[in-house]
Design a protein around this ligand. Structure first.
Ligand code: PHE
Length: 341
């Protein structure tokens, strides 16, 4: 074949090649050592010098043209293959993702967090007590000696003769006082408490309290009242009022029961507040001088106030929950009502 024919044949074959395999065969046919062009190179030595030059040039031009066409076709085949792959491997991001269930927060935890925030804002620190307590801290140091009638109401689970599950968060008072070594104290202590089961809709063998204790010079009942008023208004709203009723706790003197005005009836009296216009929310009082003495303080120098809030009761009021057992049943339908908004 003449060089021109070879060139035409090669360009056509390159153009017709459908894929890289076909293109490689074409390349072998027209550009390899055994190809016709290469054979023609071998013939050069038989030519006269002048002819050799022009023919040699022509061979080179032909080979370059075929090479160029081959490279271009190869690039286009590769580009097409890549396009096809990209199309095939495309991830369909419009497909909805697998959903997962994000749990709600137990309302007791929500209320604990909210109350803690309020008291942190008033300069209190969170004191971590322990569920397992000694008789000494749970009772003795809180002025509840053996045979005191208050022990009857606070029967609990005993781990040994001297260790028990705490019946209130008040032992944290004694522990905080001990750590303060006779100096000022301003703590709250949230946590679980345990008592003999009363088995009704508002009591449980396990429940939560937040204890509060403030000790400093010149502290009296007025400080307690204003502190609790500020707390209640922050928690339930500015319109709510508090009422102090006289009560009894061995560790406070005087002792009070604190009620919040009913928001259903605005204080007039309704079934929610059992006709009284108020709902009881916590126990409190001025720290009994005997407790101060028992815990290393001089009652002539220092005084203080303490309070204990039942978290279940607060959560029931705040969220309108009718049965205390709902807090502990892990019913997702209930918990899902408290997903963070
Ligand atoms: N510890 C008391 C209770 O569990 C509550 C309380 C705490 C009362 C602090 C007064 C002061 O009933």
């Amino acid at each position: 074949m003449e060089l021109d024919e070879i060139k035409q044949a090669a360009l056509k074959a390159i153009n017709d090649a459908k894929n890289s395999d076909a293109l490689t065969s074409v390349r072998n046919l027209f550009l390899s050592k055994k190809s016709e062009i290469n054979q023609k190179m071998g013939e050069l030595k038989n030519l006269a010098a002048e002819e050799r030059k022009t023919f040699g040039q022509k061979i080179n031009e032909t080979r370059n043209a075929i090479s160029k066409a081959f490279e271009e076709k190869l690039a286009s085949i590769n580009a097409q293959a890549l396009d096809a792959r990209l199309k095939n491997e495309k991830i369909d991001i419009s497909l909805p993702a697998n959903s997962y269930n994000k749990a709600g927060v137990n309302p007791l935890a929500l209320v604990e967090e909210e109350i803690t925030e309020i008291f942190l804002g008033m300069g209190y620190q969170v004191y971590e007590g322990s569920d397992v307590e000694s008789d000494e801290y749970n009772f003795e140091l809180m002025n509840i000696p053996k045979d005191h009638p208050a022990r009857e109401m606070q029967d609990t689970f005993y781990l040994s003769d001297t260790m028990l599950l705490r019946t209130h968060t008040s032992p944290a008072q004694a522990r905080a006082m001990k750590e303060a070594r006779g100096g000022p104290v301003r703590i709250i202590c949230p946590g679980k408490c345990y008592r003999r089961d009363n088995d009704d809709l508002t009591h449980s063998h396990q429940f939560m309290q937040i204890e509060g204790l403030l000790i400093d010079k010149g502290i009296h009942l007025g400080h307690l009242e204003k502190t609790l008023e500020a707390f209640v208004k922050k928690l339930f709203g500015e319109k709510r009022e508090i009422r102090l009723r006289s009560s009894y706790f061995p560790f406070t003197e005087p002792s009070v029961e604190v009620d919040v005005s009913c928001d259903k009836c605005g204080g007039k009296g309704c079934p929610t507040c059992k006709g009284t216009g108020y709902i009881e929310i916590l126990g409190a009082g001025v720290v009994n001088p005997r407790v101060l003495k028992l815990n290393g303080y001089d009652p002539k120098e220092y005084s203080g106030f303490a309070f204990g809030v039942g978290l279940e009761r607060i959560a029931m009021l705040k969220y309108g929950i009718d049965d205390i057992r709902r807090f502990y049943q892990n019913d997702v339908r209930f918990l899902n009502e408290f997903k963070r908004r």
